[in-house]
Design a protein around this ligand. Structure first.
Ligand SMILES: Cc1cc2nc3c(=O)[nH]c(=O)nc-3n(C[C@H](O)[C@H](O)[C@H](O)COP(=O)(O)O)c2cc1C
Length: 179
């Protein structure tokens, strides 16, 4: 389904430092507040809710990692795009945004229109949402699929049928935050 075209971000957004300006702790934020993983361009993109994600230091770069199952419509976009973004809305917007982005598919509906949010395009050509608080822009530098032979804890296999996530490691190239 065609998604609402992304427009320029408002003046409310500033470039911030991922090391010092991402407040609240990443594990807590991603697991409790949730986020959107988004990839694509202004007129052809998709976003979905995530509650798993990583931030860290790898190959001498600040990196973020997201995990996308094969059946997600978003997967087409994380596969073909040079960038992905992780967007945080804050707890107050959680139910409204993630009810749609975490349960419905961009295959079927215009998620932004239904959730009442405005897609925006940052300088890198990466997509965020105006109503959000923070967006981490990641340039894809590696991907792989989980190999069930390497699961060392039986609780992990219980999370799958055969739809193992593809994970994307992205170099964090910009962190945008609302003023
Ligand atoms: C709290 C929450 C966390 C989720 N985390 C992930 C995730 O990390 N990876 C994933 O592939 N799907 C995850 N999902 C499922 C997708 O968000 C959901 O299937 C979505 O509707 C996919 O949309 P799409 O088909 O437009 O890509 C999560 C859903 C919820 C509600």
């Amino acid at each position: 389904m065609k998604q609402t075209e992304a427009i320029a971000p408002s003046q409310e957004w500033r470039v911030a430092d991922i090391k010092s300006d991402f407040e609240g702790g990443f594990i807590d934020r991603v697991s409790k507040e949730w986020a959107l993983a988004t990839a694509g361009n202004a007129s052809d993109y998709n976003a979905m809710t995530i509650s798993w994600g990583l931030i860290g230091h790898l190959w001498e770069k600040p990196v973020a990692v997201c995990f996308v199952r094969p059946q997600r419509h978003t997967r087409i976009f994380t596969d073909k795009s040079a960038f992905f973004t992780l967007t945080f809305f804050g707890k107050d917007k959680k139910s409204k945004v993630h009810k749609i982005f975490g349960n419905e598919s961009g295959k079927d509906i215009d998620k932004a229109a239904k959730a009442g949010v405005t897609p925006i395009i940052f300088d890198e050509g990466a997509i965020g949402f105006e109503e959000a608080k923070e967006t981490i822009v990641c340039k894809k530098i590696y991907f792989d699929d989980f190999n069930p032979k390497n699961f060392l804890d039986s609780s992990i296999a219980a999370l799958y049928t055969d739809d193992y996530h593809r994970f994307y490691i992205g170099e964090i190239v910009k962190f945008y935050k609302k003023k």
